[in-house]
Design a protein around this ligand. Structure first.
Ligand SMILES: [Zn+2]
Ligand SMILES: [Zn+2]
Length: 378
């Protein structure tokens, strides 16, 4: 009898629990890599992980065109787990608090169903188990190593704790935000707190700037577009009666399209430099571009939505202001990224996050049905 998501469900659940017990942080997923490789070899996959990739697994089954890639991330976070689960992390200070164990188990489940039909597959299925999603470098590592060369489409998902188990959230266009990170240092002239006229105060420049930055969203961005500017960390001075020489802050910008992203950066730089000049201090800005928008290809999303609603509960999700380094794939290759319900008790990156195993079978089915549909359609 042909295998189904139901018939292999127990194995998928046990796989997730095993992986949950053995989390590894970004770019150090050595045991996870060995485990996935072994499981895929047993299923008959060709392991084609490029030499340039220290962790992560790329594998194929089937032959010829099209080549459809299915992606899961594999890394965990430096968080001490507090769930009290029977299968809680055995690695102190490391936890699958983003549910990448859920993703891996689902993709291994789909891999098993697809391997079961390998003789009748019309084209090639490539599995991309990518490292280091949390540090936003893993997808680039895969791209640079050649791990996605020659593929026609790539799709993947992130579990979503606020969606019910069984829900599959899809929409065309931006699903997850572009992430930018900034650090600003103001340098003035330190002086006695009682004699400010002899110094150049970086603290007053900083507080004024932090307020002024809030006008980027309210006065510069198109009101029909979404943008967030958050200053999250400030530091300056170390006692009550001295005005310091330096003051510092950092934070992040989240946007959903290239125009909004460009407007935010340009205006940020103008405000910081303008404020610095007005207070007679200098500003040093470090701007780090994180992942771009996770952008779902309109044509492909239509096909994936059509297939999804034949088998599963399709829902229209809210886009998330979180970032995802799947964007490094979606900026190059036609792609679709979904949210899969995991019915969690809290949210991503929380030490008490527990996900619902009932979400696994729908996730397995989603990978499986979409893979087959794309093989027949592209
Ligand atoms: Zn995460
Ligand atoms: Zn994640």
């Amino acid at each position: 009898m042909a295998k189904t998501a139901t018939s292999i469900n127990q194995t998928v659940i046990e796989t997730r629990h095993y992986l949950h017990q053995h989390p590894e942080v970004s770019d150090h997923e050595f045991e996870t890599t060995k485990y996935i490789t072994k499981r895929l070899e047993i299923l008959g996959y060709r392991i084609i992980t490029p030499k340039g990739l220290n962790t992560g697994v790329i594998a194929e089954i089937g032959s010829g065109h099209p080549v459809i890639a299915l992606r899961s991330d594999i890394d965990a976070l430096p968080i001490q787990e507090t769930t009290g689960l029977s299968f809680a992390s055995e690695n102190k200070g490391v936890m699958h608090a983003c549910g990448h164990d859920f993703h891996m188990a689902s993709l291994l489940g789909a891999a098993e169903l697809l391997a079961d039909e390998q003789d009748s597959l019309k084209g090639t299925i490539r599995l991309v188990f990518q490292p280091a999603e949390e540090t936003h470098v893993g997808a680039q590592e895969v791209v640079h190593a050649g791990g996605v060369n020659g593929i026609d489409a790539i799709f993947g998902f992130h579990n979503k704790p606020d969606l019910k188990a069984g829900d599959i959230g899809l929409l065309p266009g931006g699903l997850m935000a572009a992430v930018d990170q900034f650090t600003v240092t103001f340098t003035g002239v330190g002086t006695h707190a009682a004699m400010p006229q002899f110094g150049k105060d970086p603290i007053i420049a900083l507080t004024s700037t932090v307020n002024a930055l809030q006008t980027i969203v309210s006065r510069n961005e198109d009101p029909q577009k979404t943008a967030v500017v958050s200053v999250t960390h400030i530091d300056g001075g170390n006692t009550w009666n001295v005005l310091p020489e330096k003051a510092w802050f950092e934070g992040t910008v989240r946007t959903f399209d290239h125009d909004a992203r460009a407007v935010a950066k340009k205006q940020f730089i103008e405000i910081v430099n303008g404020q610095a000049a007005s207070f007679g201090v200098t500003a040093n800005i470090e701007w780090v571009e994180g992942p771009d928008v996770v952008n779902n290809d309109a044509k492909l999303t239509k096909i994936v939505e059509d297939e999804t609603q034949k088998h599963l509960n399709l829902v229209r999700p809210q886009p998330s202001n979180a970032g995802e380094d799947f964007a490094f794939f979606s900026q190059r290759i036609p792609s679709v990224f979904a949210f899969v319900g995991s019915n969690g008790n809290s949210d991503w990156h929380h030490s008490d996050l527990k996900l619902d195993d009932n979400g696994l079978a729908p996730a397995v089915n989603w990978y499986y049905y979409v893979a087959k549909r794309l093989l027949s359609e592209l």
